[in-house]
Design a binder for this molecule. Structure first.
Ligand SMILES: Cc1cc2nc3c(=O)[nH]c(=O)nc-3n(C[C@H](O)[C@H](O)[C@H](O)COP(=O)(O)OP(=O)(O)OC[C@H]3O[C@@H](n4cnc5c(N)ncnc54)[C@H](O)[C@@H]3O)c2cc1C
Length: 309
C-alpha cells in the first residue's frame, strides 16, 4: 500500500522548506521529498548576501540547512527521495518515487529550475568561486572586475547589461556570428561602452588559481578555424537560460510553452484543485530565494485552506 499523507511537498529548496515550516506549524505533518539536489540551487553558491535576516550574509548551504532544521523542529519529515511519476487525475494524488509510493490529499510542487551550464569540468570546479548563473545574485561580487557572459539570447544581453553596473568590462561570448536576442536587447547591449563581443567563440576551459580558488581567465576556441585564445577575466556568468523542473507534470498541469507551471493570479493554485506550485518552477521572472520562500509560504497557507475545506 502507498504511504498516505495529507500533504506532500516536492522539493527542498527555499520554496519547499518554507512551505514545510508553515505546513508543519499548521499540524499538517508534511512529508518533503528532497529530490536529487537536497537544499536546491543555493547549495551550489557560496555567499548569499541578499536574504533578509543575515546582516553579514550566510552561505547558501547553511541557509537551506537552517530552513530544513526549522521545518523539522515543527514535525516536517524530510525524505532523501525523488518523485519519478505522478498521477494527478486520481484522488488521492499518486506519487511514485525511487524508493516508495505515496498518496496525498494535497500536493505542493517546489521542484525549482536548473540553470543551463556548459558542462565543463572546470566550470563545476569554480562554481561559486567566479562562475555563476545568476547576475542578480552574484553581480555585486564583481565590482571593478572584468567578466564574461556566455550566450547570445535575451538572457545573456539582460545579464550583461545588468552586470555593467559593477564590472568595468563585460565580454559576451557567443558561438555564432549573429545573436539570437531580440533587436531591442541587442541594441541596448551594443550601445553600452562596457560591453564587448567575442563572436564565433566557445568557452573550452575556465582557468584559475587554486589557493584561494578563483577564476583568472577563460580559454576560448574560435569555431571557424579551431584556434584558441585566453581571455583574462575574474568571472564567468552563464546566460544560456534556465529549465523548470516540471517534466513530471507535462500533460497533467497547465504550463507555459517554456515549461513553467501556470498558477492563478496572486495564488499558487494550479489548474488541478489541491495542487499548488511555488518557487522557480512557476516563476521565470524573479528567480530569487526570497521570492521562492514567499510563494512557498503562500502555497502552504492555500493547501491548509484546501484541506480544511
Ligand atoms: C549559482 C546561483 C547563485 C544564486 N544565488 C542567489 C542569491 O545569492 N540570492 C538569492 O536570493 N537567490 C540566489 N539564487 C537563486 C535561488 O537559488 C533560487 O531562486 C531558489 O533556490 C529557488 O528556490 P526553489 O525552492 O524554487 O527551487 P530550488 O532551489 O531549485 O530547489 C528545487 C528542489 O526541488 C527538488 N526536486 C527537483 N525535482 C524533484 C523531484 N522530481 N522530486 C522531488 N524533488 C525534486 C530538488 O532536489 C531541490 O531540492 C542563485 C542561484 C544560482 C544558480
Amino acid at each position: 500500500m502507498p504511504n498516505h499523507h495529507r500533504l506532500i511537498i516536492m522539493g527542498s529548496g527555499p520554496a519547499g522548506s518554507t512551505a514545510a515550516i508553515y505546513a508543519a506549524r499548521a499540524e499538517l505533518n508534511p512529508v518533503v521529498l528532497e529530490g536529487l539536489q537536497a537544499g536546491g540551487q543555493l547549495t551550489i553558491t557560496t555567499e548569499v548576501e541578499n536574504y533578509p535576516g543575515f546582516a553579514n550574509g550566510i552561505s547558501g548551504p547553511e541557509l537551506v540547512e537552517t530552513m530544513k532544521l526549522q521545518a523539522e523542529r515543527f514535525g516536517a519529515i524530510y525524505r532523501p527521495d525523488e518523485a519519478v511519476q505522478v498521477d494527478l487525475a486520481q484522488r488521492p494524488f499518486y506519487i511514485q518515487t525511487h524508493e516508495s509510493e505515496y498518496t496525498c490529499e494535497a500536493l505542493i510542487i517546489a521542484t525549482g529550475a536548473s540553470a543551463r551550464w556548459l558542462g565543463l569540468a572546470s566550470e563545476k570546479k569554480f562554481m561559486g568561486h567566479g562562475v555563476s548563473a545568476c547576475a542578480t545574485c552574484d553581480g555585486f561580487f564583481f565590482r571593478e572586475k572584468e567578466i564574461v557572459v556566455v550566450g547570445g539570447g535575451d538572457t545573456a544581453m539582460e545579464e550583461a547589461t545588468f552586470l555593467t553596473k559593477f564590472a568595468t568590462k563585460v565580454t559576451i561570448v557567443h558561438r555564432r556570428g549573429e545573436l539570437r536576442a531580440s533587436r531591442i536587447m541587442q541594441e541596448k547591449a551594443m550601445s553600452n561602452p562596457r560591453i564587448h563581443f567575442a563572436l564565433h567563440k566557445i568557452p573550452e576551459e575556465i582557468i584559475g588559481e587554486e589557493y584561494p580558488l578563483r577564476v583568472t581567465g577563460v580559454k576560448l576556441r574560435d569555431v571557424r578555424d579551431n584556434t584558441t585564445s585566453v581571455l583574462s577575466v575574474d568571472g564567468v556568468f552563464m546566460g544560456i537560460g534556465h529549465e523548470p523542473n516540471s517534466k513530471l507534470f507535462q500533460g497533467q498541469l497547465d504550463m507555459e510553452p517554456t515549461g513553467y507551471i501556470i498558477t492563478q493570479s496572486k495564488s499558487t493554485a494550479t489548474n488541478v484543485k489541491g495542487v499548488f506550485a511555488a518557487g522557480d518552477v512557476q516563476d521565470h521572472r524573479y528567480r530569487q530565494a526570497i521570492t521562492a520562500a514567499g510563494s512557498g509560504c503562500m502555497a502552504a497557507l492555500e493547501a491548509e485552506k484546501f484541506l480544511e475545506g
